[in-house]
Design a protein around this ligand. Structure first.
Ligand code: ARG
Length: 467
């Protein structure tokens, strides 16, 4: 194999075929071409401003890079395996198109700081897309919640029926999670948007560069503080993968509920046909494969995070080729997070909730037991005693196969004479929901407030300067 034209000067022969394939990253890092070109154009302009190259040379480089971009986008660009990665493929073609001046692009720069800036630009673009996806999903959750303010279902602890809640409240719990995801990614973006360009190979460079102006030109907030840290830092990818892992964890919990709710034993939802599949052997089946797959794909994103943490743990300063392993995991995580957010938004838009089944389920679990205990406290009993009497009421009702609200007044009074017929309004399931108006509770006013807060936040997100 021929030697690499960028570093082949000291080599008599090129790498063995299998070795070239092993080290080749252009098969996947070509996904970063737009960010690499953006970064190189900013670098070229800065070299021109600083007098390292002439202004004419700077324009020729910027122009030439534009032509390379067009070739990549119209499919005529020929990717060459022996050029290893996206950076050297682009630079080689630039030199073919623009001539000798192309060889000046890499002045004062190393692939080590180049790949850092390129990948940071790429990760920042993807994180913005994740934020958009999570915000869209939030908007769907808000719409579905607003439609179902009056629907009640059993809220669970330990997956056992606990107290009735409104379906709106249940859905909004997820909206709050995805809002936190968006905010968390904002925090991460502040550290992603730092330019390492100027660190060169590891020690800085002798050319009079102006790294801050490159950072400003690509829209980043600032530059590195230490050149060795700059070229060997992959915290930004790890943080992004952690943010993606949390998005997937939230999606996966929602998937788990959808899978349970679709089981006829619950019957709380009917899955849209477009989001479910049948069985090749059991004709009656409608399987929640989409939710199952999403729950499963969560593992891939955790895998990317754990994989890169492991890559980084033993690396001495500064750049090491191991770090090239940061890309495939992130690319895969990006596909998974972006598509999962989109698919979940579509599924939730179309899923049919079954309020009658939810209401029936409230009756099965003595979900109004806490209401009876609180009622007795209102009549002057200490809570522990009220709890005990309510337990006896549950046992009596269970024996007769009734709900608490179906016990007669004499039956209830036999347990405690202070019980009156005003107890029945307290035992109504909807009343249990309506009375829980503590901040963030399931009461209708609290739910309206949550809807307002989340809508206000979404409006802000869509009008913020970063979006
Ligand atoms: N493809 C490499 C990566 O992704 C680029 C940097 C290579 N630098 C080097 N000196 N070999 O990490």
């Amino acid at each position: 194999m021929s030697t690499n034209q960028s570093w082949g000067g000291r080599f008599a022969e090129g790498p063995a075929e299998a070795v070239a394939r092993y080290t080749d990253s252009q098969t996947f890092d070509r996904a970063l071409y737009a960010q690499d070109i953006r970064a190189s154009q900013a670098h070229a302009r800065m070299l021109g401003r600083q007098g390292v190259i002439t202004p004419q040379e700077a324009s020729a480089l910027v122009e030439g890079l534009e032509r390379v971009r067009r070739e990549i986008e119209d499919g005529s660009f020929v990717w060459r395996s022996e050029l290893e990665d996206v950076h050297m493929n682009i630079e080689a073609r630039l030199t073919e198109l623009a001539g000798e001046v192309g060889k000046k692009l890499h002045t004062g720069r190393s692939r080590n700081d180049q790949v850092g800036l390129t990948f940071r630009l790429f990760v920042a673009d993807k994180l913005r897309a994740w934020q958009e996806g999570a915000a869209t999903l939030c908007a769907v959750l808000l719409d579905r919640a607003a439609e179902h303010r009056d629907v009640i279902l059993p809220g669970c602890t330990h997956l056992q029926p606990a107290q009735p809640v409104s379906l709106a409240h249940h859905l909004l719990a997820y909206a709050w999670m995805f809002r936190r995801d968006v905010e968390r990614l904002d925090d991460t973006l502040a550290r992603v948007r730092v330019s390492p360009l100027g660190a060169a190979a590891l020690a800085g460079t002798t050319y009079p560069l102006d790294p801050a102006s490159v950072a400003a030109e690509v829209g980043f907030a600032g530059i590195y503080g230490n050149s060795m840290d700059a070229v060997s830092d992959r915290d930004f990818v790890l943080e992004a993968l952690f943010g993606g892992s949390l998005v997937m964890m939230h999606l996966s919990r929602l998937c788990e509920e959808i899978i349970l709710w679709a089981n006829p034993a619950f019957g709380f939802v009917r899955l849209p046909d477009a989001y479910s599949t049948g069985s090749s052997i059991m004709p009656q089946k409608k399987n929640p494969d989409v939710a199952e797959l999403m729950r499963g794909k969560t593992g891939r994103v955790y895998g990317a995070l754990l994989g890169l943490l492991t890559v980084m743990k033993g690396l001495p300063l500064a750049y090491n080729r191991d770090m090239q392993e940061d890309k495939e995991g992130f690319l895969d995580a990006d596909r998974t997070v972006s598509s999962s957010l989109r698919i979940m938004a579509g599924l939730l838009e179309e899923i049919a909730f079954r309020p009658e089944r939810m209401r029936e389920a409230c009756k099965l679990g003595f979900l109004n037991a806490t209401e009876l205990a609180d009622y007795l406290v209102g009549k002057g009993l200490p809570f522990r005693e009220a709890h005990h009497i309510t337990g006896q009421a549950v046992a009596a009702a269970e024996k007769e196969g009734k709900g608490l609200e179906e016990l007669t007044l004499p039956e209830l009074q036999a347990l405690d004479p202070r019980i009156d017929d005003d107890v029945y309004s307290v035992l109504a399931y909807t009343a249990a929901v309506q009375r829980r108006e503590t901040p963030g509770g399931t009461g209708p006013h609290s739910v309206s407030r949550q809807l307002e807060q989340l809508r206000g936040w979404l409006d802000l997100f869509h009008t913020s300067p970063n979006s």
